[in-house]
Ligand binder design. Structure first.
Ligand code: PRP
Length: 215
């Protein structure tokens, strides 16, 4: 199942504040950081574990687990709105290597909700992705899915073990579009909203995440 909803009460509480038009820039950005951490932990909780034994300070053996791949994470920051989300994801994956994509949708008003939007990629750079790596593409908003599809296209020659999208809010259409083209990509999102409006914004949504986080 490629869609994982991170709909715990705390994540929903934070998302509700993000949706609120009265939430100011500082709280908005802080909340994206907090959700990055929570989403990161959810992703970690789905990773493969192996049993290990450690020796405690009491010179006694204790059985436990180790998450395989926790140290093998590449986080891709889809700028600009993903930057606070990445800050939170790094709490869950402190040793992650990082890639960056500077992407901007061509804005405009259409006759009906757009099925795709033109996305300008101004710059991108990825670390060397190996087969044992877990790639997490961070973008708080998945509307038409055009931006994520563009990033996946840029990464098409990489052969990571797993691919994830870390998102705060997605549209049903965007999730379906990504899943259809890339069924192996696991999409983590707090909520899936039903609509996209004629400007390509998610409805009810939370507005323009980049503008609200950075002004
Ligand atoms: C927004 C958002 C996503 C993208 C989602 O970014 O942060 O990257 O749109 O839309 P899509 O699924 O239809 O592609 P935007 O291009 O507005 O740039 P910004 O982050 O600088 O605000």
């Amino acid at each position: 199942m490629p869609l994982f909803k991170v709909d715990t009460p705390l994540a929903r509480h934070i998302l509700t504040q993000l949706r609120d038009r009265n939430t100011n820039q500082v709280l908005f950005r802080k909340n994206l950081v907090r959700l990055g951490r929570l989403i990161g932990y959810e992703i970690a909780n789905t990773m493969e574990v192996e049993e290990v034994t450690v020796e405690t300070p009491l010179s006694t053996l204790a059985r436990g687990v180790r998450i395989v791949g926790l140290e093998r994470v590449v986080i891709v920051n889809v700028m600009r709105a993903a930057t606070p989300l990445v800050e939170g994801l790094l709490k869950a994956f402190p040793s992650a290597r990082q890639g960056v994509v500077v992407a901007k949708r061509k804005e405009g008003e259409f006759d009906s909700p757009p099925k795709e939007m033109e996305v300008d990629i101004h710059y991108y750079k990825f670390p060397d992705v190996k087969e044992e790596d877990n790639v997490i593409i961070a973008d708080p908003m998945v509307a038409t899915g055009s931006t994520i599809l563009k990033v996946l296209e840029l990464m098409r020659t990489s052969k990571a073990k797993k691919y994830y999208v870390a998102s705060v809010l997605s549209s049903r259409y965007g999730v379906d579009r990504i899943t259809k083209q890339y069924p192996y990509v696991n999409i983590f999102t707090v909520e899936v909203d039903p609509e996209i409006n004629s400007m390509g914004y998610i409805v009810p949504g939370l507005g323009d995440a980049g503008d609200r986080a950075f002004g």
